[in-house]
Design a protein around this ligand. Structure first.
Ligand code: SF4
Length: 471
């Protein structure tokens, strides 16, 4: 693994004034957080504002630059960052910048067709453990083969959406026309090849745009192409080593792995750029409407394999719920910080029309636990209060074992959220998994603790039968 700098390497390059502008108590605290990658260098504004720190800044930027360069596509709130990876394996630290999903639109659609497809892409969403799973960008394909049509479609697109755009054509004249039209929106250009590097590279340099370097599976060619583009002045490159499905998928996975390993383990700067895969290529052999339904399976399988193998951006065609749901789940799981449990905010949640005689339950702020309990209470159709105790994102069983869920914490939560003032009883329903602290909880709170179901699926029946009120 490429060596990540520690606080003692970072600290001497900071101003050392302990001015607290970055929000930290002193420069060493900032250096420690930099080493943990929980703050950005830009937060130390004196480094950027005062000329006397210019040399230190240059050295620091070199020191903390991730092995995989971070590239921004688009502008404003919807811009997406890709790359910026620090490690090969997630368990070595964490992954940043989740794989971006770009869905295609053909440039030969009329205005209504473009608007309809944009809306479908933007509207695709699914709520998963409190997260709003979404797609990220639009890949405009120059199927018309006409530069003017391509440029007009690009212009229309930026009227329809703020989402980041990728301009896709292997014809330099097409890319030149569309880049001229929407360069201010910072699209990603796709792509320069061994045949077109000079013309396409110049378009990227002229407009200051990120550019995809594409070869068809040959990594030596890709290395040559990247070297040439950099010599031309292209600094923001995305690597596309070619994406094959079915029998060729194994080679694709090998290529992606070699590229990322080379950049992060062997410190090969030449391949230190984000990776792009094109599962959409499974449709290439078919005319519109001719592809068998199983083509969608191929696309999902190819996309899933490339997401697992370091792809920073994937280009897709299918827009069904069932095709993108497993892919967005997969992305969410891979990009969740393994040392930071997914948590919801602690507090008091009301269900239905609460009054002084409704049941009071408690649970932990582990997201998966919370959303399961929330769903079960809603299913019961019963009015209730739910106290969400801050257990640093741990589930009930783990939190009890790790002393993150204690009788005192439950008592503090009841106090903090003023629950005693809201109800006319003193009965608290505890999770079944917290039964072992029920005695202590009665002592700490002064409330009677009723142990609820072991599994939250038993909550609806438990609440509907009103057993919590029984003596
Ligand atoms: S802003 Fe910079 S100089 Fe000031 S305390 Fe933070 S790291 Fe140190």
């Amino acid at each position: 693994m490429a060596k990540l700098p520690g606080p003692l390497e970072i600290y001497p390059l900071l101003p050392g004034t302990n001015c607290k502008v970055c929000g930290e108590a002193n420069c060493m605290a900032f250096a420690t957080k930099m080493a943990e990658h929980t703050v950005k260098l830009k937060a130390c504004t004196p480094l950027y504002e005062e000329q006397k720190y210019a040399k230190k800044l240059t050295k620091l930027e070199d020191l903390v630059r991730p092995p995989i360069r971070e590239i921004t596509i688009g502008v404003g709130d919807k811009a997406v960052n890709i790359g910026g990876k620090l490690v090969l394996y997630r368990h070595d630290l964490r992954y940043s910048n989740p794989t971006a999903f770009f869905l295609d639109i053909s440039d030969n659609l009329d205005s209504d067709g473009l608007a309809k497809r944009v809306k479908e892409i933007e509207d695709w969403t699914y709520i998963y453990i409190g997260q709003n799973l979404r797609l990220d960008g639009i890949a405009l394909r120059g199927v018309s083969k006409d530069p003017k049509t391509f440029a007009n479609a690009a212009k229309k697109l930026i009227e329809l959406t703020e989402w980041p755009i990728m301009l896709c054509s292997l014809d330099p004249s097409m890319l030149a026309a569309a880049a001229m039209a929407i360069a201010h929106k910072r699209p990603l250009l796709y792509a320069a090849t061994m045949d077109t590097w000079s013309e396409v590279g110049e378009i990227a340099v002229k407009h200051g745009l990120p550019l995809v370097a594409h070869t068809s599976g040959n990594l030596n060619d890709l290395a040559t192409l990247v070297t040439t583009l950099r010599a031309l002045g292209v600094n923001e490159i995305v690597l596309d080593p070619g994406t094959a499905s079915k029998a060729g998928l194994g080679t694709t996975v090998d290529n992606f792995t070699q590229l990322r390993r080379s950049a992060t383990v062997a410190d090969n700067e030449l391949f230190g750029f984000p990776l792009l895969s094109t599962p959409i290529s499974v449709w290439a052999d078919y005319q519109d409407g001719e592809a068998p339904e199983l083509t969608k399976w191929d696309e999902v399988l190819t996309a899933a394999s490339s997401i697992v193998r370091y792809s920073d951006i994937v280009v897709l065609h299918s827009l069904d719920m069932w095709t993108n749901l497993p892919l967005t789940f997969l992305r969410s799981n891979i990009y969740t910080d393994p040392v930071k449990p997914v948590a919801v905010e602690a507090g008091l949640v009301e269900f239905g029309e609460v009054g002084p005689d409704v049941p009071v339950m408690y649970t932990t702020n582990f997201a998966l636990t919370y959303f399961t309990v929330e769903s079960d209470i809603k299913q019961a159709g019963v009015n209730a209060y739910l106290v969400v105790v801050d257990t640093e994102g741990m589930s009930v069983q783990s939190a009890v074992a790790g002393r993150k869920l204690t009788a005192d914490k439950v008592a503090e939560s009841l106090q903090e959220y003023g629950v005693a003032d809201k109800v006319n009883h003193r009965i608290l329903i505890s999770p079944g998994m917290a039964a072992r602290i029920s005695g202590e909880t009665e002592e700490a709170t002064g409330w009677t603790v009723k142990v609820g179901p072991q599994d939250s699926s038993g909550i609806p029946k438990y609440l509907q039968e009103g057993k919590w009120k029984e003596e």
